[in-house]
Structure formats: C-alpha cells, structure tokens
Design a protein around this ligand. Structure first.
Ligand SMILES: NC(=O)c1ccc[n+]([C@@H]2O[C@H](COP(=O)([O-])OP(=O)(O)OC[C@H]3O[C@@H](n4cnc5c(N)ncnc54)[C@H](OP(=O)(O)O)[C@@H]3O)[C@@H](O)[C@H]2O)c1
Length: 243
C-alpha cells in the first residue's frame, strides 16, 4: 500500500522522528498532529501543507479524551493512527534528581495514552477499507538498560498491548503494527550514544514498514538484537544493560 490520500493522526509530530514522519507524509496525505507545544504546532502548520495541529498534554488522560473527541467530531474517519509521542527520563531511583511525579507522567504518556488513543479513535478507524494503528517502539521493549527503568517498562507494555490488540482486531479492517527503533539522533537522545541513525532515515524506514505491511518492524540494529536475544541471550542482555 503506497501511503497516499490517507488521513493520518500522529502524536508528537512536532519534533524528532514524528516531525520527520510528518514532513515525509504531508505532501500526499492529510496529517493531523497532536503535540504538547502550541508554538511548535504553529510553526509546523506554516512549514507544511495538509497539516492540522491539535494541542494536548497526552500525559493527562482528560486531555487525551478531549482532543480525541474534538478530532472525531471534525473528521469522521481516520486511516492511520501513529502513536509516536513519548518521553524518557534517565535518572535512576538512587539519583538525587529523580522526580517521583515523573513515574506516572511517563507511564501515562508512553503507555496509557497509547491504549486510550487506540480505544477512543476506534470508531473512526473501523470502516470498510484498510486502517492501521502503528505504535512506535524501541529495542528497549525487548530487554532493558539500567537507566530509564520506567521508559523500558512502558515500551515493554506497549509491545504486549500491541500483540494482544492485534488478536482482538484480527477480524476487522484494522491491523496493529509496531516499529522497533535503534538509537536515533533526536532531542530524546542528546548527549547519549554514538553512530545514531538520523531521524530522517528512521522515519523513512517506518513509512516503508507501513507500506509493506510489516507487523513487527525491527529497524537497524534491533534486527541483530532480536537474533542475539534468541541465540545468545546473556550477551544481548549484558550489552543492553550498559546502553
Ligand atoms: N530517539 C531514539 O533513539 C528512539 C529510539 C527508540 C524509540 N524511540 C521512540 O520514537 C518516538 C519518538 O521519539 P523522538 O526521539 O522523536 O522524541 P522527541 O524528539 O523527544 O519528540 C517527542 C515528541 O513527543 C511530543 N510529546 C512529548 N511529551 C508530550 C506530551 N506530554 N503530550 C503530547 N506530546 C508530547 C513532543 O511534542 P512537543 O515538542 O510539543 O512537546 C515531540 O513532538 C518515541 O515513541 C520514542 O520512544 C526513539
């Protein structure tokens, strides 16, 4: 399926990988972006055609409900929902700068909002042609690193949720896909890691996966990680622990 003339909702389309997906999809599709920063949404609307922006803090479930309701009232049907927005807080539980309140913010944005948006947009996704829910995931969903325990756990939860939802929606027009990314150069990873994939390349690989119906799409080094976890799990876990 070439992605053309589709109505696509993407969360966190104002920055990083989401921004690049918005940039690549907007010339031939109608893209509805949900993000937190009004200023960035405004700039995005000026930069690209075919964009409609909605401001919402997706770590607040009331705002998730309100924004979904507003979008569904305006647009009856949606072809693709891309759950992309996420945060990653890196302090460990022993660090002085660990913020207790961030536990629930991170879980709500990275996991609960993914479930809620999938449920609340369901009436708009259920129609008589193909629709997709795509959850942007990470190699850290497969095995964790030491820092960012909540991030790793939330991505692991998204992985299990996506597989179960896929079973539930098997007889409908909606397919549930995931893209598992390696380290990508974005605001989320500033100051961490080397030889990172560019956000532009990550976005084009994700879009290629949608077009080719790849259910669980391992991107870049995640392909190697999945093989290592199968055949040499202790080595794989040890590498990721220090990531
Ligand atoms: N970068 C990596 O190495 C990497 C690796 C594996 C997986 N991933 C996954 O890829 C996805 C995109 O990550 P990224 O690196 O592109 O991140 P990013 O550059 O930090 O962008 C995050 C996006 O999420 C939005 N967002 C953050 N908090 C929000 C909130 N409370 N409510 C609504 N929107 C919010 C931001 O919008 P505002 O700017 O308006 O706040 C921004 O558009 C995430 O799911 C991430 O877990 C990334």
């Amino acid at each position: 399926m070439i992605i053309k003339k589709k109505r696509i909702v993407i969360t966190g389309g104002t920055s990083g990988i989401g921004y690049e997906m918005t940039k690549q999809l907007s010339p031939h599709n109608e893209v509805i972006v949900i993000a937190k920063s009004t200023d960035k949404l405004h700039t995005l609307g000026q930069e690209f055609e075919n964009i409609v922006g909605y401001q919402a803090d997706l770590s607040n479930l009331k705002e998730v409900e309100t924004v979904t309701d507003t979008i569904i009232k305006r647009f009856e049907t949606i072809d693709i929902l891309i759950n992309n927005a996420a945060v990653q807080y890196t302090p460990t539980f022993l660090d002085n700068n660990f913020v207790y309140e961030n536990i629930s913010r991170e879980v709500t944005l990275n996991f609960t909002s993914v479930c809620s948006l999938s449920y609340l947009f369901l009436p708009a996704l259920l129609h008589n042609h193909k629709a997709i829910i795509l959850n942007i995931n990470s190699g850290l969903a497969l095995t964790p690193k030491t820092s960012s325990a909540i991030y790793c756990a939330s991505k692991g939860a998204v992985n299990i949720f996506s597989q179960s939802l896929r079973y539930q929606l098997k007889k409908t027009n909606i397919s549930v896909q995931q893209a598992f990314l390696e380290l990508v150069a974005t605001a989320m990873t500033v100051g961490r890691g080397k030889n990172k994939m560019s956000a532009q390349k990550a976005a084009s690989k994700i879009i290629h996966g949608i077009e080719h119906d790849i259910t669980d799409h391992d991107i870049g080094k995640v392909k190697i990680l999945r093989l290592l976890l199968r055949f040499l799990p202790a080595i794989a876990k040890n590498i990721m622990k220090k990531y």
